[in-house]
Design a protein around this ligand. Structure first.
Ligand code: GAR
Length: 188
């Protein structure tokens, strides 16, 4: 069975969708959740699902020990789901081709450092874009610039608030992210 490590530091609705997907089909399992926020909602999900979690700091994130700890779980994929820190270069090389991210807009638009969650939706609305969506992509040494694996779109209606747009985006994310992960694992 393939092992997936999820990096998440927010509410964790994507982590939950991934966990539930693989609870059903058993082709893989989320074996570890890595989080940089001890208050994050995703930790409640980890506890409820009996999934081990690891809380990291800016310092431990840079350490070789973290790589060793992650190798213990023999991950086929490392999945970022609402994780905002830039992945260090040595980490990207260590797990080359195995790290993916989800971004709540159609990259290359509205990406880069500091662009996450509501900030992205505000930027889309302020730009008067008529559509937004999600981008699932490989992670390289630069924010939001890795090869795109999948994009899915939704309409941005006149008068949509950032909250309303976030709901549409989450729906797309929860549907596509687990399925893309399943396909990537099948093709490895
Ligand atoms: C998701 O919408 C994800 O696309 C976004 O954070 C949210 C986490 O939600 N990630 C980024 O903005 C990365 N730049 P969740 O905690 O409910 O899964």
């Amino acid at each position: 069975m393939d092992s997936i490590i999820v990096f998440a530091s927010g509410t964790g609705t994507n982590a939950k969708a991934i966990i539930e997907h693989f609870n059903e089909n058993k082709k893989a399992k989320v074996s570890l959740i890595v989080c940089n926020n001890p208050e994050a909602g995703v930790l409640e999900i980890a506890k409820k699902e009996h999934i081990p979690f690891l809380i990291i700091t800016k310092k431990t994130f840079q350490e070789v020990l973290l790589l060793e700890q992650l190798h213990d779980y023999q991950p086929s994929l490392i999945v970022l789901a609402g994780f905002l820190w830039k992945i260090p270069e040595h980490f990207v090389h260590e797990f080359k081709g195995k790290i993916i991210n989800i971004h709540p807009a159609l990259l290359p638009s509205h990406g880069g450092k500091g662009m996450y969650g509501a900030k992205v939706h505000d930027a889309v609305i302020n730009a008067k874009d008529r559509q937004s969506g999600i981008t699932i992509h490989e992670v390289n040494e630069r924010y939001d610039e890795g090869a795109i694996i999948l994009q899915a779109r939704c309409a941005v209606k006149e008068g949509d608030t950032a909250d309303q747009l976030a709901r549409k985006i989450h729906e797309l994310e929860h549907f596509y992210y687990p399925r893309v992960i399943e396909q990537l694992l099948a093709s490895k």
